[in-house]
Write a protein that binds this ligand. Structure first.
Ligand SMILES: [Zn+2]
Length: 111
């Protein structure tokens, strides 16, 4: 199903490459996934600790699947932005200026 997701937020593509990158970072241990009963069925991605907090241990409903995908987009954007920040200063001039920050319509976080 992830393979069929394809849209843009500003200039940023959201599609299979983003989700595959997030999955790879989880496998490499660079992103953490934790079950948190305090989330009471909800989900959140904490950019400060690179951790998914999930209020469930398996996505059993469409809503839970959507939550995982939603938080994966936050994690993917976080990883991409961090990657951009590792670019050497002399290369910065070649990069397009970052677009005005977009806010998530669902959780109001910056993307
Ligand atoms: Zn959000």
């Amino acid at each position: 199903m992830i393979q069929r997701i394809r849209f843009k937020i500003g200039a940023q593509d959201v599609g299979p490459p983003l989700f595959l990158r997030v999955a790879q970072l989880i496998r490499e241990g660079k992103l953490n996934v934790e079950y948190d009963p305090n989330m009471r069925g909800g989900a959140e991605y904490d950019m400060a600790t690179n951790t998914f907090h999930l209020g469930f241990t398996a996505a059993q409903t469409v809503t839970q699947e959507a939550l995982v995908v939603h938080e994966a987009v936050h994690a993917g954007f976080d990883a991409l932005h961090r990657k951009q920040m590792t670019v050497a200063p002399e290369e910065m001039g070649a990069l397009p200026k970052p677009a005005a920050s977009a806010r998530c319509l669902l959780c109001l976080r910056e993307l």
